[in-house]
Design a protein around this ligand. Structure first.
Ligand code: FAD
Length: 288
């Protein structure tokens, strides 16, 4: 289908974006890579009168290490995430995740900021952001605010971002030395969204679990932390029985919707398997 007519704007400053958002209110939509928004416009699920393209705004690009934080511009593409040596060194989990998103064509245009802002429970970055304790910089007419990933993801296509705000940056605390991480994603075929996926970050100290985060993709209305599974592991020795039990607790806690990828029972079972798989790999990658 053809989208309804719209006016196209391409400001080259952040101020310009915010001015246009303030002027056009809920008649405006931000355009990043377009790989989620344009299909919705073609299906007429979205019909903005004003499309504000973010691609000329240099402030929204770049990946830097600032103290103990990795800062990623919202308009950084998945391809740039995959190719980043800085991310490979400090947050390889993000590189592993981006590599599993869609296909090269989508990754050349799709952005990390768009993936998170869209609020799609099937998108891969939100769960990874939860597991990494990331936060997002949102800019609006009254300045900037920083929102933790846990407070940002409210439900399916629902986030804490206001209509007149734009996500400018993703901030990730540098993972602790010795921690290991993994994103395990089950998909029907290359390029597909997750049937079920789990992000795990783990750190051991004297063979006990000193740090753990487990988050799930496409297993609830929004990406979620598997808190009961985390509590089961924290402070304990992570042996095979503990890994299986953590998978079971995550599978009980999730709330998947039946769709073409499977019914609820299958998805719950796969949630448990993905948690187990990610945990085993993350443990192998950790030391300490
Ligand atoms: P757009 O489509 O341009 O925007 C999406 C939404 O976010 C819009 O509402 C827009 O207004 C808003 N937005 C964008 N940037 C900002 C910002 N900086 N601040 C505020 N709001 C903003 N994704 C996955 O995670 N995993 C997959 O396996 C996967 N498979 C895919 C397969 C195909 C065939 C396709 C077409 C897409 C797939 N995607 C997948 C989605 C893809 O990653 C999208 O690129 C992503 O969801 C949106 O990013 P975008 O830059 O294209 O954003």
């Amino acid at each position: 289908m053809i989208p309804r007519p719209f006016a196209y704007h391409a400001p080259d400053t952040l101020k310009g974006i915010i001015a246009l958002l303030s002027l056009h209110g809920d008649q405006a939509k931000l355009l990043a890579g377009g790989h989620s928004l344009l299909p919705m416009m073609k299906l007429r699920f979205a019909g903005p009168e004003h499309l504000i393209d973010l691609r000329l705004v240099q402030e929204l690009r770049g990946i830097v290490l600032a103290g103990d934080e990795i800062r990623i511009g919202a308009m950084t593409t998945e391809h740039e995430v995959v190719a980043s040596s800085l991310l490979a060194e400090h947050v390889p989990l993000l590189v592993e995740t981006a590599r599993q998103i869609a296909d090269p064509q989508v990754r050349y245009r799709g952005t990390i900021g768009g993936d998170i802002s869209h609020g799609d429970p099937g998108n891969d970055h939100p769960a990874v952001m939860l597991a990494l304790n990331a936060s997002f910089v949102l800019a609006g007419p009254s300045g900037e605010r920083i929102v933790a990933a846990a407070d940002f993801l409210l439900g399916t296509y629902a986030t804490a971002m206001e209509q007149d705000e734009v996500m400018t940056q993703i901030r990730i605390p540098r993972p602790s030395a010795g921690s290991g991480a993994c994103y395990a994603k089950l998909k029907r075929k290359t390029g597909d969204y997750a049937t079920a996926a789990a992000a795990v970050v783990v750190r051991l100290q004297h063979n006990l679990c000193a740090e753990i985060s487990i988050a799930l993709t496409n297993l609830a209305p929004a990406a979620m932390r598997a808190t009961a599974a985390e509590a089961h592991l924290l402070g304990k020795s992570v042996d095979e029985a503990a890994i299986v039990q953590a998978g079971k607790l995550a599978s009980e806690a999730c709330d998947p919707a039946a769709d073409l990828r499977g019914d609820e029972a299958y998805k719950r079972a796969m949630a448990g398997q993905m948690v187990q798989r990610a945990l085993r790999t993350a443990l192998k990658r950790s030391y300490g």
